[in-house]
Every structure is written in structure tokens, then in C-alpha cells.
Ligand binder design. Structure first.
Ligand code: ADP
Ligand code: MG
Length: 453
């Protein structure tokens, strides 16, 4: 039910200044207020943060948020402090002193010392949100013991796992430390978990439920009394224009094609060129600079670039001194630049999950942006196939990617929707008001633009 909507809306307006909920925010907040386990899939930029920040404010106690990157956490803390919310992080970027004081404030005092304010049933000065990276859960026993004390005292309100697909080896961004989060349910069986993601196809979702030990709800009734509640909202973003383009035969010709495309359509605008290997990223970057006579301000990013140079690149990219970053998928999580106008793929991704997530970095400001996949189907496929060799799941994901790049009739939006639709095979209860994918053609991808034969 949506019993909490009135209170949630009032607080949302007062603290965040928003007039209405977006996508399935309202349902997620209500389910959280009812202390349910929740899995929510919403597109990038859809507003996932609000779905735990708002309930955190209305509930007594502290919400623990696990997020993959320090830069994402720092960003969130900044916004929360601006809104006057008590939020802290326990990461390397906070001083030892700050961390010590945060831990002390989290540790429950004898209850007689706790003052409950009449206005909203909260102890004075209580930290509402604490952010950590998964390493903290995996490695810090003393932190876990503070959490245990909190659970006993009833002050651990909720555990939020952001970018939850990182839990699954079947996902495209697997992080070993995320897998260790399975300990959370063991240690805190009664604390509700909220798992958030933008890319969670059915197999990843199933795996995620298993790793996090979240109970699937066996009978598929709407909103049954127990079990995990699953929300998803349409992943389609109408400002992203998808297109698959055949890749010229020689590597020099590919670079020339990309160079012309950028200069003609996105001169001086921000973009990313995703490449399969570090070497490709280097070659394409050098090629773009040379072919454009330095007109395209280009940078390179991959795992072998030293940290100091990575940070430098991030900084110059944010300032607009570097416009186009040629990168492997190492350039990913934590890109928060709103005005990325184009994402070019020098070859196909290993999976549609990856492709959706990578292209999702375009147009976070809502303005029109282009996503172009350059592919030599057979050539790309065999290169990728040898990379994921032996992994059955990997091969099948690669086949889905290949099918997408070869399909020259079905609308791209519909292809994504079918791939990501989880409803068919899952035993979690789908409990969202607006979760169904709209299967009408988008009207603006390459396949919609193509005249029927
Ligand atoms: P996600 O984590 O899903 O990618 P964020 O939580 O970072 O998205 O939110 C994206 C942007 O949307 C933020 O700037 C946020 O302030 C804004 N936002 C979230 N919810 C609402 C809302 N209900 N109304 C207006 N803006 C919102
Ligand atoms: Mg987010």
C-alpha cells in the first residue's frame, strides 16, 4: 500500500524541493517505510538516491549505504550536507579523526541518554546516512561490530546496496568485494535491504537475490505480506538515439570515419569512444588527434594509465579541456558529467548489459545524444569470443550482443526492453505502478528511421 505517501511527499518538498515522485520512487519509498526488502531497477539519472535518502529521514536510526566509488560517495555527501542532512562517510577520503568521531556517534549509547525529539521521533544529532565502500564490509571487523551493536539497539534502520549488479559475476561490472556483502544478511537478518541498479537482466537479478540472501517471493501476487519486493521502471531514455553502423575494413578508415562524424555532428562537444583493448584506445586516440589536426581534444583512459594521470584526465574532462576520451570499459562507474553528447563504440561490448550501461553515460542532462556502435560483426565477434572463451554464460551474452548489432529491423528500444524484461522468469513479486515496458517503437533509432523494404 502507499500509506506513507503523504508524509513522504511533504518531506520531499521541504528537504529536496521536488514536487512529485518520478518513475517508481513512490513505491520504493513506501515499501522501504514498511521495512520490506526491495530490489529496484531504474535507469541512470532516474533518481535512485532519493529512494533511500527520503525514507532515511523519516525513520528513526541510521541507514547504511554501500556504494562502489569514493568519488560517488563524496558527491552524495556534498549534496546531502547542502540539504542540511546529517550524513557521513567512512572511507579513506575522510580523516582518521572524522572517521573515529563518526564511529563513536554511530555506536549506541545507553538508551536512557537518548533524547527523542517530539517532531519526528528521532534522537538529536543522529547520523541519518553513513556511506561506505564494500571493502569496509569485507575487511573491517571493528566496523561490523559497531553495526552489530546498532542492530541490537535498533538503530540500524536499513542497508542500501547501490549499483547492486556488481554483486553478480554474471553482471558486467563484477567486484569481488561486493560478493562479500552476503555476510550482511547473515549478521543482520532483520534489517531490511534495498538493492539498487540500472542494469539488471533476469539472470543477474536471480544471482543477486541468491548472493544477498534476499527471499524471493514464491507466489507472484501483488504485494504479498512477505518476501522481496521488486520494482522496475522502463529503461528507455528518449533523448538517446541509437544507431549501428558497419565498420570500414582498415583501422585507419575507421578512425577517419569517426573523426568526420565527430567534426560534422559534435564539434567541440563531449564524448566517449569505447574500445575493446588498451592498445585500441591508444591507437584511436592518437589517430583522432592526427586526423583532426588537433581539432579534437582527446584523452586516453585504461587500466594501465597511472592513477595520477587518470585523475588529471578526469579533472580536465570535467573542465572541458579534454572533449573526447578514448577508453576501455575501465572508464565507467562514477562518470557524472551531464553533457556527454555522444558515445561511440569502436567495437561491440561483451554483453548488452555492458552496452546499455556504457551508452547510458550519454545525455544525463536530458538533452539529445547519439550512441553509435561501429561493428564488423564477424571480426568483433571472434575477437570477443576468444576473450570470454570457456564461459558459457559469457558466450550466450555475447550472442545477444551480436544479435542486437545484426538486427536491422526491430526498434532498438524494443530490443533492450525484451532483453531486460525480468517479469517472465522470476519469482519475485512485481509491485510497481508503472513498471511495464512500453513496446511501441521509439521512432528515432536507426531501425525506426530505415524505410521498410
Ligand atoms: P540515479 O542514481 O538513478 O542515476 P540520481 O539519484 O543521481 O540518479 O538522481 C538524478 C537527478 O535527478 C538528481 O539531480 C536528483 O536531484 C534528481 N531527482 C531525483 N528525484 C527527483 C524528483 N522526484 N523530481 C525532480 N528531480 C529529481
Ligand atoms: Mg546513483
Amino acid at each position: 500500500s502507499f500509506d506513507w505517501s503523504g508524509e513522504l511527499k511533504k518531506r520531499m518538498k521541504r528537504v529536496f524541493g521536488f514536487d512529485s515522485f518520478r518513475l517508481c520512487q513512490e513505491g520504493i519509498c513506501n515499501a522501504s517505510m514498511d521495512n520490506r526488502d526491495v530490489i529496484a531497477v531504474m535507469p541512470t539519472g532516474g533518481g535512485k538516491s532519493l529512494t533511500y535518502q527520503l525514507p532515511a529521514l523519516l525513520c528513526p536510526g541510521t541507514t547504511l549505504v554501500i556504494s562502489p566509488l569514493i568519488s560517488l560517495i563524496t558527491d552524495q555527501i556534498l549534496h546531502l550536507h547542502e540539504a542540511g542532512i546529517e550524513a557521513c562517510m567512512l572511507t579513506g577520503s575522510a580523516s582518521k579523526e572524522e572517521q573515529r568521531s563518526t564511529l563513536q556517534r554511530m555506536t549506541p549509547k545507553a538508551t536512557n541518554g537518548r533524547r527523542i525529539s517530539a517532531v519526528d521521533g528521532q534522537a538529536d544529532g543522529e547520523i541519518k546516512l553513513v556511506y561506505v565502500t564494500p571493502e569496509k564490509i569485507a575487511k573491517s571487523k571493528s566496523f561490523l561490530s559497531v553495526l552489530q551493536k546498532m542492530e541490537k539497539a535498533g538503530t540500524l534502520a536499513r542497508i542500501v546496496i547501490d549499483e547492486a549488479h556488481c554483486v553478480s559475476q554474471l553482471g558486467h561490472d563484477f567486484r569481488p568485494d561486493y560478493q562479500k556483502l552476503s555476510i550482511l544478511r547473515q549478521l543482520f537478518p532483520n534489517v531490511p535491504i534495498l538493492a539498487l541498479s540500472a542494469t539488471c537482466p533476469p539472470n543477474v537479478l536471480k544471482d543477486l537475490l541468491k548472493v544477498l540472501k534476499m527471499d524471493a517471493c514464491v507466489d507472484g501476487n501483488n504485494a504479498p505480506a512477505k518476501g522481496t519486493v521488486y520494482f522496475s521502471s522502463p529503461l528507455y531514455r528518449e533523448n538517446l538515439h541509437y544507431k549501428v553502423v558497419p565498420k570500414p575494413a582498415s583501422s585507419a578508415a575507421v578512425i577517419e570515419t569517426m573523426c568526420n562524424y565527430i567534426l560534422e555532428n559534435h564539434k567541440d562537444e563531449t564524448g566517449i569512444v569505447y574500445c575493446l583493448s588498451k592498445k585500441d584506445a591508444e591507437t584511436v586516440a592518437a589517430g583522432l588527434v592526427e586526423t583532426s589536426n588537433g581539432k579534437i581534444k582527446t584523452g586516453v583512459y585504461h587500466a594501465d594509465i597511472p592513477d595520477a594521470r587518470k585523475e588529471e584526465l578526469h579533472r580536465r574532462w570535467r573542465k572541458g579541456e579534454v572533449k573526447v576520451v578514448c577508453a576501455t570499459i575501465a572508464f565507467g562507474l562514477g562518470i557524472d558529467k551531464g553533457d556527454v553528447r555522444f558515445i561511440l563504440h569502436h567495437s561491440m561490448s561483451k554483453s548488452l548489459d555492458g552496452y546499455y550501461q556504457e551508452t547510458g553515460r550519454a545525455g544525463r542532462d536530458g538533452k539529445d545524444s547519439d550512441c553509435i556502435l561501429y561493428t564488423r560483426n564477424a571480426g568483433d565477434f571472434s575477437r570477443l569470443s576468444s576473450l570470454v572463451c570457456g564461459e558459457k554464460e559469457g558466450q550466450s551474452k555475447l550472442h545477444d550482443m551480436l544479435r542486437f548489432s545484426q538486427d536491422l529491423t526491430e526498434c532498438r528500444k524494443i530490443q533492450f526492453a525484451k532483453y531486460f524484461s525480468a517479469s517472465s522468469s522470476l519469482s519475485v513479486s512485481v509491485w510497481s505502478k508503472d513498471g511495464s515496458e512500453d513496446l511501441t517503437r521509439c521512432g528515432h533509432c536507426d531501425n525506426c528511421a530505415r524505410k521498410p523494404d
